[in-house]
Design a protein around this ligand. Sequence first.
Ligand code: AMP
Length: 130
Amino acid sequence: MASIFTKIVNGEIPSYKVAENDDFFAFLDINPNAAGHTLVIPKKEENKIFDLSKEEYAGLMDFSYRVAKALEKTVACERIGMSVIGLEVPHVHVHLIPISTMADMQFMKKQQLSNEEFIDLASRIAANFI
Ligand code: AMP
């Protein structure tokens, strides 16, 4: 069965898209640690990050780098934190999180955003994506 993230890539489930190319897709996390918390995924469904080929892994990191640069330009923060967990959704995803404190990386303190705020954030990050 297709993962929830494959359904997002295929447009069967809506998302706040930030960036996309042939192989990768980036969108806002709907339950963000901080405003701008973005997930970067390979379109090819794989459960665990280290089951990707070296080339796929390098491609994911390259795409994540570009998304992180766009995030840094868009969201006020100390830096962009990066984490890979995958215990909830078995489809590889890199968490890119604009952080200012350690608590922002702990997946406990969550930020409430309105639909309008998500749309505005995604479009501003997308505009800074090169
Ligand atoms: P984990 O698998 O533990 O790395 O966490 C999965 C992440 O995916 C969580 O931060 C969720 O908030 C996020 N998430 C789950 N479903 C969606 C969705 N439909 N759109 C955006 N983010 C999602």
